[in-house]
Design a protein around this ligand. Structure first.
Ligand SMILES: *[C@@H]1O[C@H](CO)[C@@H](O)[C@H](O)[C@H]1NC(C)=O
Ligand SMILES: *[C@@H]1O[C@H](CO)[C@@H](O)[C@H](O)[C@H]1NC(C)=O
Length: 268
């Protein structure tokens, strides 16, 4: 398709500006508001603590900071990336259960912060991103960002003080969405970015090959929470992620691709 463009091809990539602008592409061309609401059937139920927080508009606004998200490769690849992202964040924030109304996979984005955190998720050995006394780096936002070593760099990249003000991730909807997209798009060695895996730009190292870390949705799970969920048989959390992905891939009319689970993969 020929794109008629009347402006300078100005793409402001700096996410720490209040307004991110991508003239070229909007996620709304693939994910309409109607589609979004047919995916997240219960996110604004009174029973969901995140009620009214994760709006479509704030997702679209946040995505403008990441112009290659859902915008790389052919249409199937773009849809698959969006479906995979929405599936992973749905598991992270799920309010679903086996016999829930509309099924267990209709309850993504129900929670915006971790309910009974086991700790403050402070890695005190990390001196680059030192914890601020009394602050909790528990899971918050669509991807349930956690640990000081994630809050620090996410805040640096997105323009907030992640170490002193981690609460903003569950108080500001656009920032909250941006942290999930930042995690998805950003390579944190030795892990590849979720984005590069799902669009097929991931080149496994020798160690990856030896660890069975082959391309597929299961590798995304490994990147996000492999230390707890991968390399063990029939983990219920892994199957919850897969169930969400299968439902969403079906809604987007796109195939899921191979290697959905990570039970034979070693964590990073
Ligand atoms: C901000 O977050 C804190 C801690 O989670 C919460 O107690 C407070 O109500 C939030 N404020 C707003 C405006 O959402
Ligand atoms: C790789 O996967 C195979 C099964 O497909 C398994 O037998 C093997 O133990 C796995 N290797 C590692 C390092 O997990």
């Amino acid at each position: 398709m020929v794109r008629r463009c009347c402006f300078l091809p100005l793409v402001v990539l700096a996410c720490n500006l209040t307004i991110c602008t991508s003239w070229a592409f909007s996620i709304s061309s693939i994910l309409s508001k109607e589609l979004f609401h047919s995916i997240f059937l219960h996110k604004d139920d009174a029973a969901c603590p995140a009620k009214d927080f994760f709006t479509y508009e704030s997702f679209v606004q946040a995505s403008r900071c990441f112009p290659s998200f859902g915008n790389t490769g052919n249409l199937a690849t773009r849809k698959r990336e969006i479906a995979a992202f929405l599936a992973q964040i749905s598991h992270e924030t799920t309010g679903g259960w086996a016999t829930a109304p509309d099924g267990p996979y209709a309850w993504g984005l129900c929670f915006k912060e971790e309910v009974s955190p086991q700790s403050d998720y402070c890695d005190s050995t990390n001196t680059r991103w030192p914890c601020s006394p009394g602050k909790s780096y528990k899971g918050r936002g669509p991807i349930q960002l956690s640990w000081n070593y994630n809050y620090g760099p996410a805040g640096r990249a997105l323009g907030f003080d992640g170490l002193h003000n981690p609460e903003i991730v569950s108080n500001n909807s656009v920032i909250s969405w941006k942290t999930a997209l930042w995690f998805w798009m950003t390579e944190q060695k030795p892990k590849p970015s979720c984005h590069n895996v799902i669009i097929g730009r991931y080149l496994p190292t020798k160690q990856d090959v030896a660890a069975n870390r082959t391309v597929g949705f299961g590798l995304l799970t490994n990147i996000i929470n492999g230390g707890l969920e991968c390399g063990i048989p029939t983990d219920a959390r892994v199957y919850d992620r897969i169930g969400y992905f299968q439902r969403y891939a079906n809604i987007f009319s796109v195939d899921t691709g191979p290697n959905l689970d990570c039970q034979y993969q070693k964590p990073f």
